[in-house]
Design a protein around this ligand. Structure first.
Ligand code: PEP
Length: 258
């Protein structure tokens, strides 16, 4: 089994001083861990530079939660890929279901955001996942295929190899309803098969597919032990250092026990 990735999505939480406290607590907590897991912290834009500063002496990398689809110019309130790169950011979440739902981000806009990030050498963490009503109709595999096709499969092999995918069933995000390990494994295997069909067995194997949706210290080990689950994108549970570190520990254990 390959090493895992654990990414924390803080969403719109924490004041400046709380953010600093959490960054330092995570940095100290992982300091003496002999880590194989790649840790990525995605705070709000405002704290990216501070996170990048703390990360220089620590074992985590920094990700943004969003990026503009525009390169630069008269787009009030927007933040470009070039700007986040200049703050020390190496990763960026794209297509989170909250952005798709509350900010009407279409597959086409998301595809452009992916390009903007790749142009600046930032790794997109591309989120896909079905709504509950879609799963109830048995459409979850089709929905995910459609999101992948429109959002990513236009990329050539070299570009696609730089992408991380996060499968986040919308009904599990922030609800306390986690996908069962069987549900997660089935979808992750499906995603990997689609990548294999589009690119190759090797690309499919090497692509990181993270699970997200009410993942916490209690269920992380079981989820991360699934063959095709390469780690997690963690929302609420990344807001407390101890909990986040326990999830990182689960990622480490899941690799060792395989
Ligand atoms: C997320 O926001 O990406 C997420 C997975 O949230 P939560 O862990 O809180 O469900």
């Amino acid at each position: 089994m390959k090493n895992k990735i654990v990414a924390g999505n803080w969403k719109m939480n924490k004041t400046f001083s709380e953010a600093e406290e959490l960054l330092v607590a995570v940095a100290e907590g992982i300091d003496d861990m002999p880590l194989n897991t790649e840790i990525i912290i995605c705070p709000p834009f405002l704290y990216l530079e501070m996170a990048a500063d703390v990360s220089e002496e620590s074992k985590f990398s920094v990700g943004a939660q969003n990026v503009s689809s525009e390169k630069s110019g008269a787009f009030t309130g927007e933040i470009s890929a070039e700007m986040i790169k200049s703050a020390g950011v190496d990763f960026c979440i794209v297509g989170h279901s909250e952005r798709r739902a509350h900010f009407q981000e279409s597959d086409e806009v998301l595809a452009t955001k992916v390009l903007r990030l790749l142009e600046k050498d930032i790794v997109p963490i591309f989120c896909i996942g079905e709504q509950l009503s879609e799963r109830e109709k048995g459409e979850e595999f089709k929905i995910v295929e459609n999101q992948l096709t429109k959002g990513l499969f236009y990329l050539d092999k070299d570009a696609f190899e730089r992408i991380i995918i996060a499968y986040e069933p919308v009904w599990a995000i922030g609800t306390g309803l986690t996908a069962t390990p069987e549900q997660a494994q089935k979808m992750h295997a499906h995603i990997r098969q689609l990548i294999e069909k589009q690119y190759s067995v090797e690309v499919a194997y090497n692509t990181y597919i993270l699970y997200g949706g009410s993942c916490n210290s209690k269920n992380a080990l079981e989820l991360f032990s699934c063959q095709d689950v390469d780690g997690g994108l963690i929302g609420g549970a990344s807001l407390k250092a101890e909990e986040f570190i326990e999830i990182i520990n689960a990622a480490e254990t899941s690799v060792k026990s395989n």
